[in-house]
Design a protein around this ligand. Sequence first.
Ligand code: GLN
Length: 469
Amino acid sequence: MLLDKSIKELSEGLKKRDFSSEEIVLECFENIEKHNKEINAFITVIEKKEAIKQAKDKDKKLSDDINPLYGLPFVLKDSYLTSGILTTSASKVLGNHIGQYNATVYQKLLDAGGILIGKMNMDAWGHGGSSENTDFDPVKNPWNTNRVAGGSSGGPAAAIACRMAVFAIGEDTGGSIRNPSAWCNIAGLKVTYGRVSRYGCIAYASSFDTVGPMAKTVEDCAYVLKTIAGHDVLDATSSSRPVPDYVKEANKNLPLTVIGLPKEFFREGLDEEIKKSIGEAVKVFQSLGLKIKEISMPMLEMSIPVYYLIGPSETSSNLARYDGVRYGNTRDNFTRETMRRIMLGTYALSAGYYDAYYKKAQAVRTLLIKEYEKALNECDVLLMPVNPTPPPKIGELISDPVKNLLADIFTTSQNPVGVPSLALPCGFTNSGLPIGMQIVGKMYSEALLLQLGHHFQKKIDWHTRKPNL
Ligand code: GLN
């Protein structure tokens, strides 16, 4: 199957004319036709005729100096604006919203020669970790369709696992790239805040939101990041730091690296099989010559309260433009989960409660930043679980808001701090469900994270397994 190949193999194959972009695109559509009915990963599938027309055009114009993403089909989480194409953020509030302009990340991929084939299902507005909080029915996990795919970028993750596209762009505010990547056995990178432009990405919590790649392998993520990272005049929070050649960096020999294990994250509450798999991954890192150090980060306990005060506060402000209350509408078009967040945020920001909740949360956020700075001075990177459990059954999380919130324990501390984190597969449960881990680094250390992940993937084969659909 062409879709089993890496970006590097696909790009080289295209250049040698071993196969065509048209054949790759056709294979995506075959897989979409076979599996999407059950998995429900897409909100919009681009018309096949249109995608094929584009692929044929790419095949015709193929040259030796193409971007590695040239001629490759990709998908976007439905939170990215795409001119002339429906963008819903998985909410019926935007049920017929046609984008007026392109998100920067999308434009960069088009400029590189990529071919958009779909806009993906997700938790509405990014609110959730299971892709059940959607007005377009839940995304099912390709490894077991009674279970959730994770969220909020569940559609992109499931599509990559099912080989319906070569790579995807997700969005991570508190785990939304990492959580579904781990539950669907793919790689996903939450970048440093500001590394990739957010222009044209429908905002959830503007000071946490990040745009990042999701793909079968870590090296594939490096290829995508190289294309999408960099300063954008349209996003004042995007960084003007030079963009390294992430692929080249990922392939360099590993430097002596100290990996920290925050002991607070390996205690009760973490599923035993996940703990064991990360233990095995630690041994792989040791065999690569890396040092392991147990550390303590007591402030991590504050991640959920900090995240779930600031996140809803920012979203209550961001979503105010969509509710139409000023024009006599009600908020009934939002889901219960989203309404809960709007209410919580409005409350935390209101006079009388602002100091007690929002301001306090921002002060604790600063302590969390200091905690990460200290830990990342003692070690080069941190290794952590992504999810406390394997993917739950459909209905379990959405019916229990507190459980839903606590499931984010390992992925919500990095966004308030801004640091990057790479999620990648590290094993399977006895019942055959994927297990992932995350490597967290200093600000702008994406190159090191990708390097560690890529070398890890040369030693194991978890990422090569695919669901038996
Ligand atoms: N699960 C988290 C939440 O519900 C993270 C979502 C995200 O990263 N967009 O807010």
